[in-house]
Design a protein around this ligand. Structure first.
Ligand code: IMP
Length: 422
C-alpha cells in the first residue's frame, strides 16, 4: 500500500473511519497523529457498530500495530474507557496498541476551561465538542502542558498536577466556575496512568523501525481540512493541524517517507459546530436528518448539511497534496431529482475560485451552482463502478475533476462491503 496519509477534505465527518478501515487491510501500522477524543470514527463490521475516538481504527483488524502519536492529545480517563469498551465488544487490545510518551494530556481543567470559554463567547461560540482540546493544545504551545511521560511517573505527575490545578482553579474562579479537587482528579488520573503504562512507548523510534522493515504505514487523520488550525475557517476550527503536514509532525516520520495522500469527502457537505458553511441548505439537511443520517458520532448533535462545495475540496486537494479521492455517502443522495454542486463563490461583484481567508468575507459568499440530474435509484448494493447508474458515475467524475484528484474509492453505505475500489 505504501505509506499513506488519509485526510478529511471538508469539515470533518467525511466517513474517514470506514475508509481507514478499508485501507487498513493493506497496512501494517496505523497511526493517529493529531486531535483527541473530539473525533468520532464510526466503523460497521458484520452488523456491529464501533465508535472510536482516539484509538486508531486499525485495532479492529488482526495483526495491525496501532499507534497514538506524539501529535495527539490524550485524556487518559477517556482513553481507558474507550479501551475497556472495545475489549467488552471482543476487540483484542494487548501488544497491538502504543501510546506516545510525548503526547500531551487533556485534563479536567482543560474541559472546564473549554466549556467556560464557550459560555463567555456567547453567540460567537465555536461550538466545540467540549472535550478540552483547545486548552490542552494551548498548554502545549505555551510549554506548560503535562505529557504521557509525566503521567506514568507517579511522583512527578502528582507534583505537576497539583501546581496545574492550583493555577487553573484561579482561572476557573475568575469565570465564576467551581474549582476542581486535586485529590479527586489525582486519584482518577493516577489510576488511568497505571492502566495505560503498558501501552506507553517511544513511538518515533517504533515507527522508524517499522519504516526500516518496509512496513506500510497508514496515517489516520481526524477532523477535516477546514477545521485545521492554520488552513481552516479560523477561529471556527479545532486546535491541531488536520492537514497532511500534521501527519509528519504528529508522528516523527519525515515528508519524504510519504508515498500517497488520500482525501476523503462526502458526496455533499456537512459541518458540526459554528462557522461559515457556504453551501448550507435546509432542504438537504431536512432530507438527510429524516433518513436518520448526519448526527455526530461524538456528541450526537445534528450536523449542518449543504451541497457539495468544490471550491472547498479543490483548496483541500491543494494544501494536502491529495492524490486519490474517496467519495462517501453517495447513497445519501439517491432520492434527489436535481443535485447542486458549488463551483465558485460570489461576494457582491467579486467572484472567488478559492476559499477567502477573511472569515467575514467567507460568511458573506454566495455559492455559484452547477446542476446535475439525480439518479433516483438505490445505490447501496453497488459493488463496482458499472453497478452504479450512469448519472451517479457522471456526478462522481465531475466531483473528482472539480476537486483536481483521482477518484479511487466510492462508498455507498457504512458496511465494509459497500465499497467500490476503482
Ligand atoms: P474542538 O475540536 O472540540 O475544539 O471543536 C472545534 C470545532 O471542531 C467545532 O466546530 C467542532 O464541532 C469541530 N470538530 C472537532 N472534532 C470534530 C470531528 O471529529 N468531526 C467534526 N467536527 C469536529
Amino acid at each position: 500500500m505504501a505509506n499513506t496519509i488519509l485526510v478529511g477534505a471538508q469539515w470533518g465527518d467525511e466517513g474517514k473511519g470506514k475508509i481507514i478501515d478499508v485501507l487498513t487491510e493493506q497496512a501494517d501500522v496505523v497511526v493517529r497523529t493529531q486531535g483527541g477524543n473530539n473525533a468520532g470514527h464510526t466503523v460497521h463490521i458484520k452488523g456491529q457498530k464501533y465508535v472510536l475516538h482516539l484509538v486508531p481504527s486499525g485495532i479492529l483488524r488482526k495483526q495491525k500495530v496501532c499507534v497514538i502519536g506524539n501529535g495527539a492529545v490524550v485524556d487518559p480517563v477517556s482513553l481507558v474507557e474507550e479501551i475497556e469498551g472495545l475489549r467488552k465488544l471482543g476487540v483484542k487490545i494487548d501488544r497491538n496498541l502504543y501510546l506516545s510518551e510525548t503526547a500531551h494530556l487533556v485534563l479536567p481543567y482543560h474541559r472546564e476551561l473549554d466549556a467556560q470559554r464557550e459560555i463567555v463567547k456567547g453567540k460567537n461560540k465555536i461550538g466545540t465538542t467540549k472535550r478540552g482540546i483547545g486548552p490542552a493544545y494551548g498548554d502545549k504551545a505555551a510549554r506548560t502542558g503535562l505529557r504521557v511521560v509525566d503521567l506514568v511517573k507517579p511522583e512527578r505527575f502528582k507534583q505537576q498536577l497539583e501546581l496545574k490545578i492550583k493555577e487553573n482553579n484561579g482561572i476557573l474562579k475568575a469565570f465564576g466556575a467551581k474549582p476542581l479537587s486535586f485529590k479527586k482528579v489525582h486519584e482518577e488520573y493516577r489510576a488511568a496512568g497505571d492502566y495505560l503504562k503498558p501501552f506507553v512507548a517511544n513511538t518515533v523510534i517504533l515507527l522508524h523501525e517499522a519504516v526500516r522493515r518496509g512496513d506500510d504505514i497508514l496515517f489516520e487523520g481526524a477532523q477535516g481540512t477546514f477545521l485545521d488550525i492554520d488552513h481552516g475557517t479560523y477561529p471556527f476550527v479545532t486546535s491541531s493541524n488536520t492537514t497532511a503536514g500534521g501527519a509528519c509532525t504528529g508522528s516523527g516520520i519525515p515528508p519524504h517517507r510519504i508515498d500517497r495522500v488520500v482525501g476523503v469527502m462526502k458526496a455533499y457537505t456537512t459541518r458540526v459546530g459554528e462557522g461559515p458553511l457556504p453551501t448550507e441548505n435546509a432542504e438537504i439537511a431536512d432530507m438527510l436528518h429524516a433518513m436518520g443520517r448526519e448526527f455526530g458520532a461524538t456528541t450526537g448533535r445534528p450536523r449542518r448539511c449543504g451541497w457539495f462545495d468544490s471550491v472547498a475540496t479543490r483548496h483541500a486537494a491543494m494544501v494536502n497534496g491529495i492524490d486519490d479521492l474517496a467519495i462517501t455517502n453517495i447513497d445519501g443522495l439517491d432520492s434527489l431529482e436535481t443535485i447542486k454542486v458549488c463551483i465558485g463563490y460570489r461576494d457582491g461583484d467579486r467572484q472567488y475560485d478559492y476559499v477567502p481567508n477573511d472569515i467575514e468575507v467567507l460568511a458573506r459568499c454566495q455559492p455559484v451552482y452547477a446542476e446535475f440530474p439525480g439518479w433516483r435509484t438505490p445505490t447501496d448494493r453497488a459493488r463496482k463502478m458499472s453497478d452504479l447508474p450512469a448519472k451517479t458515475r457522471t456526478y462522481l467524475k465531475a466531483l473528482a475533476e472539480l476537486t483536481g484528484a483521482k477518484l479511487a474509492i466510492a462508498s455507498v453505505g457504512p458496511g465494509r462491503e459497500q465499497t467500490i475500489l476503482i
